[in-house]
Every structure is written in structure tokens, then in C-alpha cells.
Write a protein that binds this ligand. Structure first.
Ligand code: F6P
Length: 367
């Protein structure tokens, strides 16, 4: 057992925002590393920032976290609606927004939590940064299937989402071929096209439409017609939920008012399928993969990345390096200030090597 550089006796963990495969692997790694390496107690706040507000916790020990490594979801549950710096509440029959972040400090003091590891995406980590600014001992861990967080090469959950989407493309291929159809698969990713790009390439898609490269539907249709003329009377198109035509906007499915990012995208796959049917003359179908990309067991890559993140988060807490987010740079674990990370989006480079490779092997981006 190492001697602690700093006097941390209890670490809290909180998972916020949309869930993703690998969250339990991080919780497990933090708990095991804190207990085994440093003899530090660990508790988890339940339901994201809601638990910090209510002071609802679960004690995490080796027994509690046993068997959770391959499990999807988060044993601490999560919420993507709670922002304690702008908390939605009812007062005199009216909806008002209040800064209730002090409740979090009160609960951490009362429970003896010296440091808090916050696992989340952009919205969750923005509040983490705000807590750090107010004086809390915070470490951030990047989580999102979208892979859109800056200053880390990969966030855990992404690899699993890409695997699920790739399998979906493989399955769509066989039915597309049998029926001579165009199959459009809409995948998640918000304003970044990473899932569409990586799954589309791995699944051998004929076209990949991403937010970073606005598409011309006629150019996509031309690609499918070329295939048809060459005897391939079916095509598979992967459409990122944030994809948009050259002259047009992303398709907003709904607004979730009390969410840090209220916009929910969805529906572009159906629009693309309909237009392609009109332009090409082959029957088309759209599939929205949705939350299947977020559920279920993490890949081995995500389990190991999550485990490495969890271990480093505890090391940083013990060293008193607060206000930092754990990150992956190349093959090495690293860390970066939350101040730098927040507000930056990691997007696909339209001129980057991945897109160039895809284009070289004949994949259309509709540009
Ligand atoms: O950020 C993760 C993500 O799954 C996005 O890809 C998607 O746009 C969004 O969350 C869906 O959010 P919700 O679970 O609220 O529908």
C-alpha cells in the first residue's frame, strides 16, 4: 500500500449525463484502486447531480462492485437533466431556475467526502468545472459514445457504440441485397460524425453522411446509380443523426427543456431514405439504431480504457491535482485542465486521414 501524498480519506463518484458502456468499469477501477492501493473509502452519489443535491449515496466496497465489469449502464444511475448551478424548480406555481450548488458542498462536508470524481460528457463536466471553480476537489473522467470531447483521443463507450453500429450495418447489408433496396442506418453522435465514420468504414457502407461534411443528395444518388448500373442493385448508407444537406439544417426531433443541451436530434435517416428512393428508383428503408448504441456490455477496449481512466483519477486525487480531466494521448494516460476542455468539441476533420481513406476506397460523403 502506498503512502498518500495528500490526506484524502474518502472519494465520491458521480456519473452524469447519458449513460454509456464502461461506466461500471470506471466505478470498479476507482473503488478497487482507492481501497487496494491507498486504503481510501469510496461512496457513489446516486442519480448524477441529483444525488449530490439530495445527499443520496451508496457505499462502494469490494463486495458492492464485484461482478460489474461487463455490465452496461451504471450502478449509480444517472440523470441528464440536473444542473445544480441552474436548477429547475417550482415556486408559487411558476418554474424558476436557482443556483443550488451549495447543497452539494453541504452534503460532501456532511458525508466526509474529500474529493469527487465526476464521470460525464460535456454538460456534466461543465458543472464539474464550475464546482472546481467554487473550491471543490474535482477530477473529471471523459465519457461519451459520441467521442466528441476535446483533449482526449478517445472517450470510453465509443468503441462499443461503433461495434454495435458495425454489426447493424452487416445485418442491413444482407437484407438490402435480398430485396434490392437502399438501407439507411441513422446512428447517434450529436454534432460529431465519429460513430457514422468509423462504423461506416468498418461495415463497408457505400455512403457516409456526417455533420462535418454537408451533403448534396444528388451526389449520393449518383453513387447509388453507378452501383446499380454495375449490377449492384442495393446500397447501405450510414447517416449521422447530425448530418445535414448543403442547403439545410440538422433535424431536431424534440427539445428537452431542463437538459444542459436541450436539443435531441433524429429523423434525418428517414428523410435521406425517402429522397434516395425518389431519385434512384430503388425501394428504401430507414433504421434508427438509437439507444442500442448505449446499452449492454462494453467491448474489451472500453473496459480497459475505463479501468485505466479510473485508476489515474484516483492517483490525481491523491496527488491533489484537482480541476483536471483524465485523458488518453496516443497510447499514454494523461490529464488536462477542465478549463481547457469545456466548450471545445472534437469533430471529424473533413480533410483528415480517415475521411481521405474512406474516399479513396470509393465511399461517398455526398460532397
Ligand atoms: O451524447 C450521447 C447521446 O446518446 C447522443 O448521441 C444522443 O444525441 C443523445 O445522447 C440522446 O440523448 P437521450 O438519451 O436524452 O435521448
Amino acid at each position: 500500500m502506498d503512502k498518500m501524498d495528500k490526506d484524502i480519506e474518502k472519494i465520491g463518484i458521480l456519473t452524469g449525463g447519458g449513460d454509456c458502456p464502461g461506466l461500471n468499469a470506471v466505478i470498479r477501477a476507482i473503488t478497487r484502486s482507492a481501497i487496494i492501493k491507498y486504503d481510501i473509502d469510496v461512496v457513489g452519489f446516486m442519480n448524477g447531480y441529483k444525488g449530490l443535491y439530495n445527499g443520496t449515496i451508496k457505499k462502494l466496497d469490494l463486495k458492492e462492485i464485484s461482478g460489474i465489469l461487463p455490465r452496461g449502464g451504471t450502478i449509480l444511475y444517472t440523470s441528464n437533466k440536473t444542473n445544480l448551478f441552474k436548477y429547475r424548480m417550482q415556486e408559487n406555481g411558476e418554474t424558476v431556475y436557482r443556483d443550488v450548488s451549495d447543497k452539494g458542498f453541504e452534503n460532501m462536508d456532511r458525508l466526509g467526502v474529500d474529493a469527487l470524481v465526476i464521470i460525464g460528457g460535456d454538460g456534466t463536466l461543465t458543472s464539474a468545472r464550475d464546482y472546481y471553480r467554487k473550491g471543490a476537489n474535482i477530477i473529471g473522467v471523459p465519457k461519451t459514445i459520441d467521442n466528441d470531447l476535446a483533449y482526449t483521443d478517445v472517450s470510453f463507450g465509443f468503441d462499443t457504440a461503433v461495434s454495435v453500429a458495425t454489426e447493424a450495418i452487416d445485418r442491413l447489408h444482407t437484407t438490402a441485397e435480398s430485396h434490392h433496396r437502399i438501407m439507411c442506418l441513422e446512428v447517434m453522435g450529436r454534432y460529431a460524425g465519429w460513430i457514422a465514420l468509423e462504423a461506416g468504414m468498418a461495415g463497408g457502407a457505400d455512403a457516409i453522411l456526417i455533420p462535418e461534411i454537408p451533403y448534396d443528395i444528388e451526389k449520393v444518388a449518383r453513387k447509388i446509380i453507378e452501383r446499380k448500373n454495375a449490377g449492384k442493385r442495393f446500397s447501405v448508407i450510414v447517416v449521422a443523426e447530425g448530418a445535414k444537406p448543403v442547403e439545410g439544417d440538422m433535424v431536431v426531433k424534440e427539445m428537452i427543456e431542463d437538459s444542459p443541451d436541450p436539443i435531441r436530434l433524429g429523423g434525418i435517416g428517414q428523410q435521406v431514405a425517402k429522397r434516395l428512393e425518389e431519385l434512384v428508383g430503388l425501394e428504401s428503408r430507414a433504421t434508427i439504431l438509437g439507444h442500442l448504441q448505449r446499452g449492454g456490455t462494453p467491448t474489451s477496449y472500453d473496459r480497459n480504457l475505463a479501468t485505466r481512466y479510473g485508476k489515474v483519477a484516483v492517483d490525481l486525487a491523491v496527488q491533489g491535482k484537482f480541476g483536471e480531466m483524465v485523458s488518453l494521448k496516443g497510447k499514454e494516460m494523461s490529464h488536462v485542465s477542465l478549463e481547457e476542455v469545456i466548450g471545445q468539441i472534437n469533430k471529424v476533420d473533413p480533410k483528415g486521414e480517415m475521411v481521405e481513406t474512406a474516399k479513396c476506397i470509393g465511399i461517398s460523403f455526398g460532397d
